[in-house]
Ligand binder design. Structure first.
Ligand code: DGY
Length: 322
């Protein structure tokens, strides 16, 4: 019997390609070419499965061009690159890669809080530019992490990981806002208290965004929300671009209406708004919160597990629209 045909849309670990090759007739983009949506649709023609990343858009146009497609396995926990309604309508299963990246991503979220609040990259650039010629009492004075209040918006697994780091490791007071409140045992484990979005924005010293992107969460943080924050506060986004209005954020940072920000995700990435690039009080990283080799391998392996289980007629480990 011939093997099902799959497309691996981006370069991934060679060992994952080798494993997939045992089950599938694999076409893979190991050259990591950047494909337009039309090129992706063209490549997907005649394929029954796809291994995608968050950069690969699967929507009604792509699905209409690829009637053989049965499953798209995303190597990411977020799946806003998928039009889930269109996929369900077309009978295409979507899967994602949750859990395996939780702790790594929480580590990075915490790193961005620390880097932004303690002005890590800004001060390093100053030193490298040869500008450091004396000690000064207020040189790159930032804001404290220990004993401060951290406000987490989006209290899923990654939010909980950040809460635990803050509460248990740094003695922070942790408040959170979420669509639904955690049960009492989980709140106690995270040492976190539920508050309204307004209270969180008004009282947190460090606001961390971990909400999934959807049209409903578009610009969760815009000019009005930034105006509620303390002038000494930091804002960290490790969720998705589009959760924050980048233009409004750049204005707030420029006018010192908030102190600093740490951003791993951007509206329209990999482009970054020039207003953000011009500012020194924002730490900018290229969507790397889950980027350690063991975690990226676990994410790729989970995407492969989903494809293999599906074509073996088993229940895939992490279906979205089953
Ligand atoms: C995810 O898994 O959603 C990350 O953003 C991709 O690295």
């Amino acid at each position: 019997m011939s093997k099902p045909k799959i497309l691996v849309a981006r370069a991934v670990f060679p060992e994952v390609i080798t494993r997939l090759g045992q089950y599938f007739d694999v076409e893979s983009n190991q050259a990591d070419e950047t494909w337009s949506k039309a090129q992706l649709a063209e490549k997907l023609k005649g394929k029954q499965g796809a291994f995608t990343t968050g950069s690969d858009r699967i929507d009604a146009d792509v699905l209409a061009a690829c009637p053989d497609l049965k499953i798209c396995a995303n190597m990411a926990v977020g799946y806003n690159n998928f039009d889930i309604d269109a996929m369900t309508e077309a009978g295409v299963l979507a899967t994602n890669a949750p859990d395996v990246l939780t702790e790594t991503t929480a580590d990075f979220g915490f790193a961005l809080v620390m880097a932004a609040a303690r002005r890590l990259t800004e001060s390093e650039h100053y030193l490298r530019a040869g500008k450091w010629n004396k000690w000064r009492y207020d040189m790159f004075a930032g804001s404290d992490i220990h004993g401060s209040t951290m406000g987490i918006m989006g209290m899923g697994r990654i939010g909980q990981g950040i809460a635990k780091r803050g509460a248990h490791g740094f003695g922070m007071k942790v408040i959170y806002h979420n669509r639904s409140r955690l049960d009492a045992a989980l709140e106690a484990e995270c040492k976190a208290s539920y508050v309204s979005k307004e209270e969180l924005l008004k009282t947190a010293d460090h606001v961390v965004l971990v909400v999934p992107y959807s049209p409903a969460s578009h610009h969760t943080i815009g000019a009005a929300e930034l105006a509620m924050m303390k002038p000494t506060a930091t804002l960290v986004n490790i969720a998705r671009g589009g959760i924050v209005d980048d233009v409004a954020l750049a204005a707030a940072l420029r006018d010192k209406r908030i102190a600093a920000a740490g951003l791993d995700v951007f509206e329209g990435e990999p482009k970054v708004h020039p207003d953000l690039l011009a500012l020194s009080n924002v730490v900018l990283t290229p969507h790397i919160a889950s980027a350690t080799m063991p975690t990226r391998l676990a994410m790729a392996s989970l995407a492969a597990d989903n494809l293999i289980a599906f074509f073996e007629g088993k229940v895939p480990p992490s279906p979205i629209n089953a």
